[in-house]
Write a protein that binds this ligand. Sequence first.
Ligand SMILES: NC(=O)c1ccc[n+]([C@@H]2O[C@H](COP(=O)([O-])OP(=O)(O)OC[C@H]3O[C@@H](n4cnc5c(N)ncnc54)[C@H](O)[C@@H]3O)[C@@H](O)[C@H]2O)c1
Length: 270
Amino acid sequence: MSYNLLKGKRGIIFGALDENSIAWKTAEKVHEQGGEFVLTNAPVAMRMGAIKELAEKTGAEIIPADATKVEDLENLVEKAQEILGGKLDFVLHSIGMSVNVRKGKHYTDQNYDWTAKGWDVSAVSFHKTMRVLYEKDAMNEWGSIVALTYMAAQRVFPDYNDMADNKAYLESIARSFGYFFGTDKKVRVNTISQSPTPTTAGQGVKGFDGFIKYADEMSPLGNASADDCADYTLTLFSDLTKKVTLQNLFHDGGFSNMGVSAKVMERFIE
Ligand SMILES: NC(=O)c1ccc[n+]([C@@H]2O[C@H](COP(=O)([O-])OP(=O)(O)OC[C@H]3O[C@@H](n4cnc5c(N)ncnc54)[C@H](O)[C@@H]3O)[C@@H](O)[C@H]2O)c1
């Protein structure tokens, strides 16, 4: 349903790979709410082609950018403003990748070149993105920047591997850069800590099927879907959340405050 919540707002959406991506669902819903945006992804993801379908559907242009390369981000931010006709009101960072996870390297036996690569893609890219937006003064006052994270930043999920450390770093960047963006530009910066979600990145985690079922049975409201996450993100892009900043916001059906649920307990009672 459209409330025109984002009418007149412009932004950039990173990370729509295919129709399961959280960024894909967000782009569809931002469009429904009247927002205009540019889509971006790494050039390698672009070759897979699905993003073009989303661009057609939402009337968006695509600008390729490797989020670890500052020059790509500079080009993206400049072109996005040209295409959209002014400064930006919202940015979604929906990017994550661990080479150690991809290659099945155990957490206790990291390949540190891979660790560094995953850290750059999953965490430092958020700093680089905000740095470019900040230096180019590309955000309108009361704009909103959101990145997606996972609760393994606070609690142990052994198979989440080095992504846990990357997410902890990402959340810290949101607070640290959010301070400067808030005081200097009146822009808010938050992370959404989302339930396990069946996407390409999510399903790359070892034991994902067990992981997602467990979370679902632990959460009073059940897992939040990619669609639900997109809805929550809209509220953070809208003018209804202007004073929310420096927060890590759990969007997980209540999972993060649970000890145990009756459903999970049942499995241990004979
Ligand atoms: N799926 C889950 O269970 C889950 C849970 C919590 C948080 N998240 C987070 O949500 C975000 C989106 O992931 P998703 O689940 O939609 O999966 P996804 O695989 O659809 O999206 C990840 C995106 O990151 C992009 N990417 C990778 N390297 C890049 C680079 N160098 N430059 C630019 N883009 C790059 C990929 O091309 C892809 O589009 C990630 O930050 C992820 O960690 C996911």
